[in-house]
Design a protein around this ligand. Structure first.
Ligand SMILES: [Zn+2]
Length: 400
């Protein structure tokens, strides 16, 4: 690998400059040496040459260019290319406001032939834009390669989609006690009833469904996504019921919200994540998720393309639920849910209403209410899959 990298940059004849050739002309960028580590490229100058910008986003420095979106973690070799987290053969360095990145980023990542955007001539240090720049292929498209042959269903969906539905809680973990549910009915019962109805609604729409549970049984939080939502899984949907601690006026609070994995931005979102993560105490000994790893996992995942798809799925959930629910649309939110941290596919968690509100509880525990919620969720999932099909159709044309 290191040998290949030395060959690529052609160290012996290195001119000390990077040349960037685009339709706008040729730009030269002076490289710097950093304590014998090899040439570094000033990211700001590179961005200008690529007609892009550089912005700081949390710990990351982001290069946004027409031919790609890359995130660098300063003082580390890590770069995220929108698909994968890659390690460069040298580290990036911050000096003042500027970030300097290893030339290997240009040679191996930007000019990666699979990207079809740039070509790299090591002898002359020339990065040339291909005549017809193509958009990045996002990872969502990957499993669709060869999917052209997949037939279309009557509803316009491509055949062969798989969804995993996770009925929250179960077995010894009852979830929230269901203050206004009929006697003996707890969160785990409602999530299962709704999840089973979503499955039949999806199957009627030609979508295959895997359930994390179909009975009143406990599945460890950390195993739900990895075990039941694997490579073929298009979306992991976890279904839950909200509730509040007793406090003045708490039974008046109602509504539905959909989460994807991210930092909690409100105290209420943090509360919901704490409440749902509490299920970890019911886990059996084999449990492998440590919630203290959450910050680490989030750092790793925040640039993941799947998060963007998850956020999109959450929007579809909210926009369909608002059609059937009488409570307020509390929107798309992010928070650190343990059940989502182990999902390596797009994933969302839906809180379909508050068991501590009489009207919400009545709807969620009635057969007709569950039917309406399940139908809305199934429609939302189909809309998400249509979006997904369009996305993969667009990127497929790139491959040809
Ligand atoms: Zn729950």
């Amino acid at each position: 690998m290191i040998a290949a990298w030395l060959a690529l940059i052609g160290a012996a004849v290195w001119p000390g400059q990077l040349q960037v050739s685009t339709a706008q002309g040729l730009k030269r960028i002076d490289l710097i040496q950093w304590q014998g580590e090899g040439p570094l490229v000033p990211l700001g100058a590179l961005a200008r040459a690529l007609s892009g910008t550089v912005v700081n986003e949390g710990n990351w420095v982001v290069l946004d260019a027409p031919t790609g979106h890359f995130r660098f973690l300063p003082e580390s070799p890590l770069v995220h290319d929108g698909t994968r987290l890659l390690a460069l053969p040298a580290t990036t360095h911050r000096r003042g406001d500027s970030l300097y990145i290893p030339l290997a980023f240009v040679a191996e990542v930007l000019a990666d032939p699979a990207r079809k955007a740039w070509s790299w001539s090591p002898g002359t240090g020339l990065l040339a834009q291909r005549t017809e720049p193509t958009p990045l292929v996002v990872p969502l498209s990957r499993k669709s390669v060869g999917a052209d042959s997949r037939s279309r269903l009557q509803n316009g969906l491509k055949a062969g989609h798989h969804i995993t539905i996770d009925a929250g809680h179960g077995g010894t973990d009852p979830g929230n006690p269901g203050l206004y549910f009929p006697r003996g009915v707890r969160e785990k019962d409602v999530t299962l009833a709704v999840a089973l109805k979503v499955r039949s609604e999806l199957e009627r729409r030609g979508v295959s469904v895997t359930m994390t549970r179909t009975t009143d049984t406990l599945i460890n939080l950390g195993q739900r996504a990895p075990r039941y939502c694997r490579a073929e899984c298009d979306l992991f949907v976890s279904i839950h019921v909200n509730s509040l601690e007793k406090r003045p006026g708490y039974t008046a609070v109602r509504g539905f919200e959909t989460y994807f994995l991210g930092e909690a931005r409100t105290t209420d979102a943090a509360r919901v994540a704490r409440m749902e993560n509490d299920a970890i105490r019911y886990n059996t000994a084999s449990e492998d998720v440590d919630v203290s790893d959450l910050a680490y996992i989030l750092k790793d995942m925040q640039s993941n393309e799947f998060l963007r798809a998850s956020a999109r799925a959450a929007e579809y959930m909210q926009s369909m639920l608002v059609e059937v629910e009488s409570g307020p649309d509390k929107g798309v939110k992010s928070a650190g849910f343990a059940v989502l941290t182990t999902a390596r596919r797009p994933s969302v968690l839906v809180e379909i209403g508050y068991a501590t509100n009489p009207a919400d509880a009545r709807m969620m525990s009635s057969n007709s209410g569950q039917d309406r919620i399940a139908e809305a969720l199934a429609n939302a999932i189909v809309n998400y899959l249509k979006w997904y099909d369009r996305l993969t159709a667009d990127t497929q044309t790139v491959d040809h």
